[in-house]
Design a protein around this ligand. Structure first.
Ligand code: HSE
Length: 309
């Protein structure tokens, strides 16, 4: 294999009750990454379509994660990367994760797959480090493993995939303001009370149980964020108005997607998600602000090969 094109999807991190530990992989929206082998060693980024981002490999998340992977190999050739961005940086739906995970997934294929999807997470996390100043694995784990994912310990590289109840569908609105993960993390206070810790861990445990027992009501009521959402919601226009409209339309839950500004609503069934997406539009149509709205089921496959030669 000399050249490969992969599709690396968007993702939602946190899912209200699992800050930095829960993630889910979405369908259809994502980055296309093409990597070809070169005679000269090292990594170059030839071009980036769709967004104005640095092609400097020490500043671009795809370059940084590729270098992290190559440090653990003995390859005597190099790689040229082209990126077609389908996700806007600072949107809260895993833009940096898609480029980081796509880059290491593609290179791993070109070198004969010495690493498993799970092993690639630690390299992709290096991209997250330069994007947000923190090695959070929640988005990259979801993109590489697909489905709902859990990060038990990102230092020990302990991640696993959870069950996906088939009828779950997300409605997502992306208000077109850029909210850098670094800034959104800065508003999160570093201490929580014992009462809040008990409540949040109870919800997280119940959410995971809900996924396995396919108990949609339990999933919805467990996605309750009393710790992070109150601090970050002030950065998102009409957050609580949107949330209350989605819940009254019958969404199971509604919360901040990753570090925002995107808002997600989880629904039972695609048709319910479409109705909820329309309610999101109604709220945002009152504002002088551009937005995108989309509906997605859970992508159980994660990053995938589009073509190779
Ligand atoms: N868990 C990270 C955060 C996700 O909320 O900061 C960023 O997409």
């Amino acid at each position: 294999m000399k050249k490969i094109k992969v599709f690396s999807p968007a993702s939602i991190a946190n899912l209200s009750c699992g800050y930095d530990v829960l993630g889910v992989c979405l369908e259809n929206i994502g980055d296309e990454i093409t990597v070809k082998k070169t005679k000269n060693k090292g990594v170059t980024i030839k071009n980036i379509q769709g967004q104005n981002l640095s092609t400097d490999i020490s500043k671009n998340v795809a370059g940084v994660s590729a270098i992290a992977l190559l440090k653990e190999t003995n390859i005597d050739y190099g790689f040229e990367i082209k990126i077609k961005k389908g996700i806007k940086p600072g949107s809260g739906i895993g833009s940096s994760a898609a480029s980081s995970a796509g880059s290491v997934f593609a290179i791993n294929k070109l070198i004969g797959e010495p690493f498993s999807r799970k092993e690639l997470i630690k390299f992709a996390m290096e991209g997250e480090m330069i994007a947000s100043g923190y090695r959070h694995a929640d988005n990259v784990a979801a993109v590489l493993l697909g489905g709902f994912t859990f990060v038990r310990n990102s230092v020990m590289h302990d991640y696993f995939k959870l069950n996906t109840p088939i009828e779950l569908a997300f409605a997502v609105i992306h208000p077109k303001i850029e909210l850098k993960t670094k800034d959104s993390r800065a508003v999160v206070k570093k201490n929580v009370t014992i009462t809040d810790m008990v409540s949040q861990s109870a919800n997280l445990g119940a959410f995971v149980s809900g996924l396995y027992t396919e108990n949609y009501e339990l999933i919805g009521k467990s996605m309750n964020d009393i710790v992070i959402e109150p601090m970050r919601s002030i950065l998102i226009p009409k957050f609580y108005e949107t949330k209350s409209a989605c819940l009254s339309e019958g969404a199971l839950s509604c919360g901040i997607s990753g570090s925002g500004p995107s808002i997600f609503a989880l629904c039972k069934g695609v048709s319910k998600a479409n109705n909820v997406a329309n309610r999101m539009k109604e709220i945002y149509n009152k504002l002088d602000l551009e937005y995108d709205v989309f509906v997605s089921c859970v992508n159980d496959q994660g990053v995938k090969v589009l073509k190779f030669k």
